[in-house]
Ligand binder design. Sequence first.
Ligand SMILES: Cc1ncc(C[n+]2csc(CCOP(=O)(O)OP(=O)(O)O)c2C)c(N)n1
Length: 529
Amino acid sequence: MNVRDAFYEVLRTHGITTIFGNPGSNELPLLSDLPDDFRYVLALQEGAAIGMADGFAQATGKPSLVNLHAAAGMGNAMGNLTNTQSGHVPVIVTSGQQARKYTELKAYLTNVDAPKLVEPLVKWSHEPARPQDAPQSLSKAILLATAAPAGPVYLSLPLDDWEQDADASALGHLKSRVTDGNPVVPEEALGGLRERLAAAHNPVMVAGPGIDTPAGWDGAVRLAEKLSLPVLVAPSPARCPFPTRHPSYRGVLPASIPALASHLAGHDLVVAFGAPIFMYHEFADGDYLPAGTELWAVTADPDEAARAPVGHILIGDPAEAVKRLADTIAGAGRPPLPAREPLPQADTSGPAYTEEAIMDAVNAAKTDSTVIAHEWTSTLVNVWDRLEITRPGSMYMSAAGGLGWGLPGAIGLQLGDPSRRVVALLGDGAVHYSVSGLWTAAQYNIPVVFVVARNSEYRALKEFSRFMHDPDAPGMELPDIDIPGIATAYGIPSERVKTLSDLTRAVKDGLSSDRPSLVEIPQRRIGDS
Ligand SMILES: Cc1ncc(C[n+]2csc(CCOP(=O)(O)OP(=O)(O)O)c2C)c(N)n1
């Protein structure tokens, strides 16, 4: 058995048989004669490959593998890797390295100091010291990526390692190695939070992406109902962690320090589950919390805990913690919360539509099982939740705010769970960062319904420049792009609709077809009444 056979054997052991990638000469010795039980999904650019692997890992709840080309390929991948890191997604990123002897000569396609390039964005970045170590390094990479807090890891793999003899006895051990038991909050620490919650007069829950699991949803809903807690979604959400039509649901927190603090005014206790404190965005000075408000939080990530600027942070699985609290806390005896104010009626007049009206039209087409991949930045704060989200794992957004995740992320989500159908909601600017993913969707027949809102501008940036009192920046206009034409050229059946009812019809048609499709709808530009 050679190193290459052993490498594939370790992947098999962990159930990893899909490789997302974009190959180069350094990778060919690993990829040629791919074993029959593996499938290779070709992305035409490395950022798209990362996005697909990220969506696939999130949909399957298991680590995924991506194989990229040396230094330039890894460079292209870095943008989307910021999202994978922030989203705590276990993606095993690999790239080929020049032959060991050639790296000393810095030959063409040498990845100089390969682990250094990626290091800030991964949990572990490594090039095996000996060819025989590659299977061991892979095994460690997989176990480390999945251990809490999950996240991407990176391996650089020299091209002349694969034909070397493997260490057969080491492989036997690698195949039976298991790590188990992600940390949970100790009972004593959780007891402190339980007491604090029981004594609070007007507590509020903040739900983060870390509780978007069946256990997390169950626990958060029961805890909210038992204590009549209003529930806010943590700012800059990467996933939807709470049902958006539940009476406790109160929308998404704003992402600036003072706006968030004033949103929490009047609450003596804030309890956040599965979120950093907090994923701020718009810069403005102020205090983190209103006077008289205390913050507690539970996160699986010690780094999130340690960098929280305020609060009493408990480290452990946040979904397990919220569920344990719901199981064990006594009811508060407060009356049930009144349902949230009904959403304001959207202005549905055309010919270009408000984002609220477009969101409603998509909502009318989706079902409970539809999964949304969202990268439409002018609807990032309080418009996406016009979608009725009723179950976990139904809504994903780029976790670090890096555009280029949504389109390939949707493809990975769809491949990862074919039992559910994915709608990608994209801005006409966002589409272009990983646009070549459309080709992968067409060629592998991955039936995502791509919805593009066309306002021919970077609307979110224009809004931002108003917020920052920096008007008149250049580079905000996107005229003359034929997105349905581009999609058609990549092999995706596409249409441009003029009415909201046609949008609903097109999304329904797409969801009932077994082919990918794209629909574009005009969105109002900033300042249009
Ligand atoms: C990789 C990357 N480059 C640039 C940006 C900055 N950016 C944030 S929002 C935005 C505009 C996106 O426009 P569009 O997709 O058309 O959505 P709209 O805001 O118009 O709804 C840009 C360019 C980013 N977030 N990520």
